[in-house]
Design a protein. Sequence first.
Length: 403
Amino acid sequence: MFILRILLIAVRGLRANLFRSLLATLGVIIGVSAVVAATGILEGANRDILKRFESLGADQIIVVNGSDQRRSRQVNVQVLTPDDADAIVAELPKHVRAAAPEVQRPAQIKYFEKNKPVNVLATTETYAGMNNYKVVEGEFFSREDVRAEQRFAVLGHKVAQDLFGEAPAAGRSVKIGGNTFRIKGVMEKRGFLGLREVDSQVIIPLTTGMKRMFGARFVDLITVQARSTSNLEASIEQVKSVLRKQHNIRAGNDDDFTVITLEQAKANVADFRIIFGVVLYSISGIALVVGGIGIMNIMMVSVTERTREIGVRMAVGARRFDILRQFLIEASIISFLGGGLGVLFGLAVTDLLENFTRVLKTYNSMWGIIIALALATVVGIVSGLYPAWKASRLDPVESLRYE
């Protein structure tokens, strides 16, 4: 009951100066909303990226141009060729199921008056099967189509919808980068494969893309599908051995390519999340500190204005600890209320970011909200310590004389 009475006294003290109390919460609202928004953005981005990587499959090995050392110096070295993919499959039948070299470039696709930008992916017939990516209309191009440099195109789901709506697309002709292609099929709605948004891409035979459209001698990357995930490290070493032989790399010299697995990609994402998190949480922490300073200033003003009240309470028997506890409770209430409003504002911010950007994914966990509220309360208690201590140390006789 005594604690309840102290709490009621604290609430009455805050209500007596409602506008000032609301101003004191403003800094905490901004700080907590920043914490909630930062947590939502980080967790949402992390889940989204990991989900995209999971779509690739744990049995995939990605080979990209340039060694780690060369890419760290930002030297663009193009060395991978379609022959490298053929050699990997031919020489490693026990380790490798398939390999798909890829070249990707932006282009415009046109069907009569309809014209839209797309990503054009030039690859081989193995691409769809490796990624469990299914055709819902028509068919995927064949090995013979790749060898014959046929001008066939397979459309992503969104591209087909934008150009033809619900009408059939297979068999029609479109212009891609000024070249006429016949549509051979339409892919299922998939969203993302890795970091690539496949519904907005157009897939064409590798030879057609390299020779007739892009004029490319080298491929951007080679995706290799291992036969088993249980022996993935051995498969990686075998792939490296084949590529070193293909590129005539002598013993002791660095690779001119880099092999990336799903687990390595996840580790890179985790490192980026830590760095990004430090930046966001540092900004949020600064906002909370500023909010705490605001609470301290308001509480100091409150102590000065209520000096006579403090003297009366101490004269009728209140102990110094009772005064200390009263002002700490007031500071905690201000901070907790600001934390609650900050949580609501932070949730609204993350929701707006997701809806308006259409790209950013957010996720607000209950633990993130609890931590934000706990931080707000701690900030209130810490900020109220000095004003509460100062109030408890006032001399009752001098306080009663204060005007």
